[in-house]
Design a protein around this ligand. Structure first.
Ligand code: HEM
Length: 435
């Protein structure tokens, strides 16, 4: 934790002192409190210390919270040799593998990112529209009419299947069902990986052993699929085929890590964003009706849902050298955490910040450094265009096919699930099919 100039107002002139922040609690206690009451506590600290302040949230010491668009711009466009993100993602290593773009920094990161980017170009996404709509329609068919059910698991099923079809290039039936089942299990077991103390085998038993077995089963299927695809030669619109075509020298291990990375980065994030969007739409029936009629308005509603209910609340950079931020100096080794929540609640950027108003995003692009659910700079989410296209296809299919209302008119609270924020009750809804 930084030694703080606790109650000092934010400095205007540059000085060498670290950013201010609460200094009363040790990292672990403050970290726990933070996790339990994150949003309220952040607002309180911002009121007290300004747009840049330091807190100790295990395992970061310090975490410098940043909520000023001008500073966020400097961070996102900063030198990649100073702004590391890969190290902080190290905990994902056992799942995503050593070649994952998520774990790399500097030159290695840029090289790998460049290989992955072309298949995610915005224009290309259109080839996936039919599959996305077809899988969404099949999911709606399974929903019970007139009985409460949770939308979040439904969105997880759709996004997983969409990734299997469009990214992995699997076909319906046989292999795809088995991989879907085994991946779901692997993701469930991967909690074990988040606690280094649990990463031990107990004579082939325990959560870690279970995780490794589930991973080996998934990997065997992925290696078979890659081998089969290499043998079949080029062709195919899916992202694995594009990667095989563009990088014939890539090893099977690299391709496996790419596939799991895209799944891990793209599945829960998109599913949760859609669940929140529906949670908000159901409580604003006039906005829901407008979104059903007008695709551009639906896109704006999704952006607004991402603003008021961001799924990922920090964009992290670990700095390798002292960095000037908000008039203070953050020491080498500190983590800069752009607070998506605080940025999105700035009344100067978003008047009445707690109101759900898609009109804010109609006819203009969101501000690059004021609307940051996808991060920014050389690490910006490389699936953003994919996710936005997918959310339009899936949500418009759902709205066309059924009426949805909340099972309880009160807004759902949020709950932390690993690094994401999800609707506490899973976005519960009651569905009526539309004639
Ligand atoms: C609404 C859905 C999504 C959200 C909110 C989201 C959010 C994010 C965020 C916040 C980052 C970190 C950015 C940074 O550090 O500046 C990120 C990175 C990434 N995302 Fe997404 N994401 C979504 C969907 C997807 C999808 C669908 C894919 C791929 C199929 C994907 C692939 C990736 C990858 C590979 C990275 C790492 C980029 C790098 O390190 O260079 N994401 N995403």
């Amino acid at each position: 934790m930084s030694t703080a100039v606790a109650e000092a107002p934010p400095a205007v002139a540059v000085n060498a002192s670290p950013p201010p922040g609460p200094k009363v609690l040790p990292g672990f206690v403050q970290g726990m409190r933070m996790l339990l009451t994150e949003h309220r506590m952040l607002e309180r600290y911002r009121a007290r210390y300004g747009d840049v302040f330091a807190i100790a949230v295990w395992p970061f010491d310090p975490l410098v919270v940043v909520a000023d668009p001008a500073e966020v711009r400097r961070i996102f466009t900063g030198d990649p040799a100073v702004m590391h993100a890969g190290e902080g993602n190290g905990i994902l290593g056992p799942l995503v593998g050593p070649h994952s773009v998520l774990l790399l920094d500097e030159g290695e990161h840029l090289r790998r990112r460049k290989l992955l980017l072309p298949p995610f170009h915005g224009e290309r996404m259109r080839v996936y529209g039919d599959v996305m709509r077809e899988l969404a329609a099949a999911e709606v068919e399974r929903w019970p009419a007139g009985e409460p059910f949770a939308l979040l698991p439904a969105m997880q099923r759709v996004t997983l299947r969409i990734i299997l079809r469009t990214v992995f290039g699997m076909q319906e039936g046989g292999g795809m069902d088995r991989l879907e089942r085994d991946l779901t299990r692997l993701l469930r077991y991967s909690n074990a990986m988040m606690t280094p103390a649990l990463q031990r085998d107990f004579a082939g038993r325990g959560p870690w052993a279970r995780f490794k077995r589930a991973r080996d089963e998934v990997d065997a299927q992925l290696f078979d699929e890659i081998a089969w695809r290499r043998a079949a030669g080029a062709g195919g619109d899916d992202i694995l085929s594009m990667l095989l075509g563009a990088t014939p020298d890539a090893t099977d291990a690299e391709l496996r890590d790419d596939l799991i990375t895209l799944l891990v980065a793209g599945h829960e994030t998109t599913a949760t964003t859609m669940a929140w969007t529906l949670e908000r739409l159901m409580r604003h029936p006039e906005i829901l009706a407008h979104s059903r009629e007008d695709g551009a308005y639906l896109d704006a509603a999704v952006r607004e849902a991402q603003r008021v209910r961001p799924v990922i609340t920090y964009v992290m950079r670990q700095i390798t050298a002292p960095f000037r931020v908000g008039g203070y100096t953050a020491p080498a080794g500190a983590t800069l955490g752009t607070s998506v929540t605080l940025m999105h609640r700035r009344a100067d950027l978003y008047p009445e910040p707690h109101a759900f108003r898609p009109e804010r995003f109609l006819g203009s692009k969101p501000d690059t450094y004021g609307w940051v659910p996808f991060g920014g700079g050389v690490r910006r989410c490389l699936g953003a265009a994919f996710a936005q296209y997918e959310m339009r296809q899936v949500l418009s299919t759902i709205l066309e096919r059924c009426d949805l209302r909340p099972d309880d008119p009160r807004p759902e609270r949020h709950r932390r699930k690993m690094i994401t924020f999800v609707p506490a009750r899973g976005a519960r809804a009651v569905m009526t099919p539309r004639a």
